[in-house]
Structure formats: C-alpha cells, structure tokens
Design a protein around this ligand. Sequence first.
Ligand SMILES: [Zn+2]
Length: 294
Amino acid sequence: MGQCSITEVIHINCPICKRGGWVIKYGGYESRGAYKHRYRCKRCGRTFVVDYGYKWLHYRPSKVRAALELYAKGLTLREIATFIGCSASTVWRWVMKYAQKLYAYVKRFRPEKVFQLHVDELFLRMKKRFFYVFDAIDKASRFAVFSVQSARNTENAKQLFREAPRAEFIVSDGLHAYREALKKFYHYKWLRSHYYRWHRFKGKHNNNIVERLQGTLRRWLHPKRGFKSLVTASIMLRFFYVYYNFIRFHSTVGCTPAEKAGAVQKEKLRNWKVLIRKAYFLILLPTKFRTEPG
Ligand SMILES: [Zn+2]
C-alpha cells in the first residue's frame, strides 16, 4: 500500500472514509484561546477538525456536562434550562445526542458473566400509551440492563436477555414470558435447577433487589411525564443505563456497578468528562493506539 511519506502522517482515522494512515496536518485556527488543528485525509481529500465531543455546541462543555448530570439526577428539562440559561429543547437535544454516543461506547464493557440475575418488568402508562420496561440486575455488582417495550410477551422478554450478561442463577416474578424467553438462551434442564420463578418477598431467592432498582427508575422517570415514542424511550433508558452503571457511585457496592462487575478498571471512567472524551476521540484512533480501560 502506498502511504504518503513526504508529510508526517498523523495516526488518527479519517472520520469521513474511516481509514487511517493517510491523514496529514492541514493548518488550523484559533478558537476560544485554544489552537485547533485541521487535518486532511489524502485518501478521500476531505479536511476535518477532530471532534472531541463538543463540536458545534454554542455552550461551554462544562455547562453541557452539568446539564447531563442534572438530567441524570432527575430534574426536568425546564428546570435544567433555567439553570443553564438555554432552552429546554437544547437540553433535550444534548441528552439524545450523548445518550446514543456514550451508549455506543460503553456497551463494549458489559460483563461476560454474573452470578445471580434478578429480572422484573415495570409497567408505565404515559400519555394514554402503555410501556413495559424490562430490567435485570446482578445481585453482586448491581449491574443493570434495561429494555423498553410496548407489550409484555416472550419476544420482548427475549430482547432483555439478549442484552443481559450470562448468569449462574436467575430469579424472576411469575410472568410466563421469562421461562419461554430463557429457553432460547439456556438449556431447559439447566433452567430446572438454576431458575427461580415467583419468589417475591421472602426466602433466599427473593426479588427485592430488582424492586429497589425499579423504585429508582420510577422516581427518575416520574418527572419526565411521558415518552414521546418507543424510540426516544429506549434512548432515555440508554442514558439511564450509562449513568447507573458507569457514572453513579453505588453506595452498597462501594464503587460503580461496572467497576464491581470487573467490566472497567476502578475510577477510569466514572465521570461525564472522561466518558465523552473517550467515546468521541478513541473511535478515531487506529486500534493499536487505543488504550482502553478494562
Ligand atoms: Zn478520508
């Protein structure tokens, strides 16, 4: 392959044609006191500026991160908007944007296997529409996964187990859909001894942990008033997934659930600033230059 040799090649992938080894420096400009390099890809001929996660934003990055943190804490869009000094739709746009980008980055840090998985579903009636939030949580690490659906059936329950890590034991409520859905992922003989159904409030295999998670989720969703659609609902749940597993310090386990589950190194991620920088910039680096946690 004829790579360019006269000018120094910069080791970042071109965001337009997604290929590395052809990018050179191509001037730059001064913005907010910082010099920004412009690069040119000699393969596709396009020039670009590296997006560190705050490109095209009219507000300071610290304000954007504050808005995300407040949204995760459970404030309404309008409350955040008055606090930041922007419009509510701007905050909404940020939430949608970063939820998808960060989720795309952190989904690689899902733990392979957990010990005891608790499964339940949350029923929501919003704006005369029905939603079910299927959720599963690991007892030891409190790592949780969510899946928002419009009906409570086997096919939708399967979607949850597609996203959940493999488990040694599974506890769920009486819903029949889980047994049917689990058959797709585990052997039915295995399920006889490792799957506990309808163990609610007492005994060793009670389902109280997931009830507690649903309390947190319900409290977070309550001021949101309503989902616009199933698509935005699932993006919101992805935002909550990132916050709950990777950023929020869980007092019971003494760190974030992802750290406890061994999916990421301790105190590597854990804040919006690091997470956004990694989600945006690391994608551009060729694989051998990426140093990732976990
Ligand atoms: Zn290119």
